[in-house]
Design a protein around this ligand. Structure first.
Ligand SMILES: *[C@@H]1O[C@H](CO)[C@@H](O)[C@H](O)[C@H]1NC(C)=O
Ligand SMILES: *[C@@H]1O[C@H](CO)[C@@H](O)[C@H](O)[C@H]1NC(C)=O
Ligand SMILES: *[C@@H]1O[C@H](CO)[C@@H](O)[C@H](O)[C@H]1NC(C)=O
Ligand SMILES: *[C@@H]1O[C@H](CO)[C@@H](O)[C@H](O)[C@H]1NC(C)=O
Length: 353
C-alpha cells in the first residue's frame, strides 16, 4: 500500500484569516471559521482534495467546492437530436421554428452559440432556447452550421446541424406569354419563347417590335448608320423612318447600312422614299451580316428583291420569309424613280437573341 501524506488545513480562530500563502503561483487560500479541507497525495501522483463539513474554504476568493464541482461536472449532452442532424427542409417564404436541445447532466442552464458555418439568411439562433427561427430565403441551398451548447461550468458539446431551403417555383404564376415555356431559376424564371416572340416574358411580337432606327425613337445612334456612295450633302443618318429628309444614294452600288449594335433577330424591315421628292426607291435588296464583312441577301415573298414604294412617303413593310440573326443590315437600291436618285428612310423590326 502506497504511503499517504495527509495535509489537513484548518482554520485559525478568525474568519477569513489567511493561513497558507504560496508565492508561486500566488494563491491565497483562506477559510471561514471551522472551515477545513484535506489534501491527500495518493498513489501515482494523484491528489485527493476533500473540503470538510465545516466553514467554506476559499482559493483566491472562490469557494473550493466550486472548483471541485467544476472538475467533476459533466459536459452537456445533445438530446432529441444526434450531434449531426438535419433540422428540416423548408420552402422559400415559409416561417419555421426548429430547435436543438442539449441538457447539462448537472442540471444547470445551457447557452447556445453558433460556432461555424451560416444559418439561412434571415434566420437566427436564440442563445437561451436553442431555437432557430425565421423565414426561409428564396434560394435552393443547404446550410450547415455548428452550434455549441455550453453549461455554467464552461463545459460544452458541439453539434453540426443543417437546414435545407427549397426555392419557390418561379414558374407557378405562369409568367411566359404567347406560348413561351417557363424555366425556373434561382429567384427568377426564364422564358423560352416560340419563334416570333421575345423578351423576358415573350410579350414582344418580334415582327412589330421596332429596333428604333425611326426618327421619333432613335435608339440606334447616328454613329451606327452609314452610307456608301451617298449623294451630295445627304447624310446617312437622315435615312431614319419618318425623318423630314432621308438618305439618298448616288447610283447603283450605293447602300445605306444600319449597325444594330449586337447580333439580333431580324424579322422585318420598313421603308419610305426621301421625304417630299421624287427620290423614292421602287426596288431594293436587303443584305445582312453578323461580322460586317460577309453579307447574305434576305428574302421576302421568296424574292431577294423588295418592291418598294411607288410613292415617297408611303411606309412599306416587308416581313422576311425567315427571321435571321444579324448585326449589320444593308439596304441596296436596285430601281428608283426615273431621272432621280434612290432615296430611303428605314426601320428594322425584331427581337434580341
Ligand atoms: C486572502 O483572502 C482573504 C479572504 O478573501 C483576505 O481577507 C486576505 O486579505 C487575503 N490575503 C492576501 C495576502 O491577499
Ligand atoms: C429567446 O427566447 C426566449 C423565450 O422564448 C425569449 O424570451 C427571448 O426574447 C428570445 N431571445 C431573442 C434574442 O429572441
Ligand atoms: C435563360 O436560359 C437560357 C438557356 O438555359 C440561358 O442561355 C440564358 O442565359 C437564361 N437567361 C437568364 C436571364 O437566366
Ligand atoms: C455619282 O454617279 C455618277 C454616275 O454614275 C458618277 O459619275 C459620279 O462620280 C458619282 N458620284 C459620286 C459622289 O459617287
Amino acid at each position: 500500500m502506497a504511503a499517504r501524506i495527509v495535509l489537513v488545513v484548518s482554520l485559525a480562530s478568525v474568519a477569513f484569516a489567511s493561513f497558507l500563502e504560496v508565492d508561486y503561483p500566488n494563491v491565497n487560500v483562506s477559510a471561514e471559521r471551522k472551515g477545513d479541507a484535506i489534501f491527500e497525495a495518493g498513489a501515482g501522483g494523484s491528489v485527493f482534495l476533500r473540503p470538510g463539513a465545516g466553514g467554506t474554504v476559499y482559493i483566491d476568493k472562490t469557494d473550493l467546492r466550486k472548483f471541485i464541482e467544476k472538475v467533476k461536472s459533466l459536459p452537456p449532452i445533445w438530446t432529441r437530436r444526434s450531434e449531426h442532424d438535419t433540422l428540416g427542409t423548408f420552402l422559400s417564404g415559409q416561417y419555421f421554428d426548429v430547435d436543438v436541445e442539449a441538457v447539462d447532466p448537472d442540471g444547470g442552464n445551457i447557452m447556445y452559440s453558433l460556432i461555424s458555418g451560416h444559418l439561412p439568411p434571415g434566420t437566427s439562433l436564440n442563445m437561451t432556447t436553442g431555437h432557430v427561427i425565421g423565414v426561409a430565403p428564396d434560394i435552393d441551398a443547404t446550410y450547415t452550421f455548428g452550434i455549441r451548447a455550453t453549461d455554467i461550468h464552461g463545459k460544452y458539446a458541439d453539434g453540426v446541424f443543417s437546414i435545407s431551403i427549397r426555392e419557390k417555383d418561379q414558374c407557378s404564376s405562369m409568367p411566359c406569354m404567347n406560348g413561351g415555356t417557363c424555366v425556373d431559376q434561382i429567384g427568377d424564371f426564364n422564358c423560352t419563347c416560340p419563334l416570333g416572340y421575345g423578351d423576358t416574358t415573350c410579350q414582344t411580337q418580334c415582327e412589330i417590335n421596332a429596333f428604333g432606327v425611326a426618327n421619333n425613337v432613335m435608339k440606334i445612334p447616328d454613329a451606327q448608320i452609314s452610307g456608301h456612295l451617298t449623294l451630295g450633302t445627304a447624310l446617312p443618318w437622315e435615312g431614319r423612318l419618318s425623318s423630314t429628309t432621308g438618305w439618298i444614294g448616288n447610283d447603283t452600288g450605293s447602300w445605306l447600312q444600319i449597325d444594330l449594335g449586337e447580333v439580333r433577330h431580324m424579322f422585318a424591315v420598313a421603308t419610305q422614299g426621301y421625304h417630299s421628292s421624287t427620290y423614292y426607291t421602287s426596288s431594293f435588296k436587303v443584305a445582312y451580316s453578323q461580322d460586317g464583312n460577309k453579307f447574305v441577301y434576305a428574302q421576302s415573298k421568296n424574292s431577294e428583291f423588295f418592291k418598294g414604294s411607288a410613292n415617297y412617303d408611303m411606309v412599306q413593310k416587308f416581313v422576311l420569309d425567315r427571321p435571321v440573326r444579324t448585326r449589320f443590315v444593308r439596304f441596296l437600291p436596285e430601281l428608283w424613280h426615273n431621272g432621280g436618285h434612290p432615296g430611303l428612310r428605314v426601320e428594322i423590326y425584331g427581337c434580341d437573341v
